[in-house]
Write a protein that binds this ligand. Structure first.
Ligand SMILES: [Zn+2]
Length: 405
């Protein structure tokens, strides 16, 4: 299966051709950045989880490093310290463009929505670098116990079967998520001008700077409204109490939804905005203590959002777009940590952490497309089984070059 996924990457995305011109700043390197990038992609695609496992896998190979092109773990680490992140972003973009042209990506419920959020990638009480953020985690008064961590903002495209990972940006020490997010949003709007029409974010993104920046790139914004002290919140709530909701059902959930256009209540953004409120009810069954019987419970949730999407986008569509925001939790952050070991620090330096994350995005986009479109064997239903099959073949391969095919 490892050979199949590599072949697929080359056939559809020219992956290993596109990494040939990757560079790093090592002086007189014996092993090229391209060979190192090949090794990194192999490590990630076969989900080895650490450079140590890579070292062990290298030793299992009965042929060994006869061509002198398979890097040691320390060479991989040193290269990652200075590898060119912009080139990695260009490769991500070329994969996206090819996937879009070949209709391998699909919109989410008919709309192309970008999602942004911040996430902590790793933390340690011991290991740190010059770009670590730091916090006091002591539970004892007067005692200082420091914890070092890295955070970043990520941008993905919501999709029907899978989300497409587009870019990340570090949140540097002493800066807030919004500062990093504005850099990231500006870059993805320039690099992907036609990839999405609106961007969804949590309550942190309900600020004039985000709405203004995206508007300057001709994009709309959707942000969660949960701050009860905001005038927008009280006004939207009051208006919904005096008007009839739109009531509809979708995939077992009953929606009661309100949509109001409000002007003049938000200093940060001077134009009218739509506030959307949605009460959502679904019936869920739990196993009852009595064998073979079920407990039936009603679950209710309530949401409010603010958006500048135009009136032509109807309320049902807006609510679907708002909920696509969960994909960054479920299909990005949770999945890359639980399935792909993304919280493992392969090399602790600011550049290396970003590089491994961008390499992981490259590998995951291809893997997700491969899983959705190329696996016809009905027994391979889960990604974890597919990963196991890829890993097994990789571990047993005879290596003479960085890529054992
Ligand atoms: Zn650090």
């Amino acid at each position: 299966m490892f050979k199949r996924v590599i072949k697929y990457s080359n056939k559809h995305f020219s992956l290993f051709k596109s990494i040939e011109d990757i560079t790093d700043l090592r002086q007189k390197p014996q092993i090229s950045s391209a060979d190192i990038s090949t090794s990194i992609l192999s490590i990630l695609l076969s989900n080895l989880g650490s450079l140590n496992r890579f070292n062990q896998a290298r030793n299992i190979s009965s042929v060994g490093n006869i061509a002198g092109r398979i890097p040691s773990t320390s060479t991989v680490a040193r290269s990652a310290d200075t590898i060119d992140l912009n080139r990695l972003r260009e490769i991500l973009k070329s994969i996206y463009l090819k996937a879009k042209r070949s209709k391998m990506t699909q919109p989410f419920n008919g709309r192309y929505i970008g999602i942004i959020d911040g996430h902590e990638i790793c933390s340690s009480d011991l290991h740190r670098c010059s770009l670590c953020s730091v916090r006091n985690v002591s539970k004892i008064e007067g005692v200082v116990k420091l914890n070092y961590y890295h955070k970043y903002t990520a941008f993905i495209l919501a999709g029907q079967k899978f989300a497409f990972m587009l870019d990340i940006e570090p949140i540097y020490p002493l800066e807030g998520e919004t500062t990093s997010a504005l850099r990231l949003l500006d870059r993805v709007c320039i690099n992907y001008p036609k990839a999405f029409e609106a961007v969804a974010g949590d309550g942190l993104y309900l600020n004039g700077a985000t709405f203004g920046l995206l508007e300057s790139h001709h994009k709309y914004t959707i942000a969660v409204l949960k701050d009860e002290t905001r005038e927008l919140y009280t006004e939207a709530l009051a208006l919904s109490k005096t008007t009839k909701p739109l009531v509809y059902e979708d995939e077992g959930i009953t929606y009661r939804a309100w949509d109001h256009t409000i002007s003049g209540l938000w200093d940060g953004y001077n134009k009218p905005v739509r506030t959307v409120r949605s009460e959502e009810t679904k019936t869920v069954r739990h196993h009852c203590q009595e064998l073979g019987k079920w407990d039936v419970q009603e679950e209710r949730a309530e949401w409010m959002w603010v958006t500048n999407l135009p009136p032509v986008v109807d309320l049902k569509n807006i609510i679907s777009a708002c909920h696509s925001r969960w994909q960054i939790e479920n299909k990005c952050f949770n999945e890359i940590v639980s399935t792909w070991n993304a919280d493992h620090v392969y090399r602790h330096s600011g550049n290396a952490i970003s590089a491994f994350m961008l390499f992981l995005f490259i590998a995951l986009n291809i893997f997700n497309i491969f899983f959705a479109r190329n696996i016809k064997d009905k027994r391979i239903r889960s990604k974890t089984l597919l990963i196991d099959l890829i890993k097994a073949e990789y571990l047993l391969a005879r290596w003479v070059r960085p890529i054992p095919v």
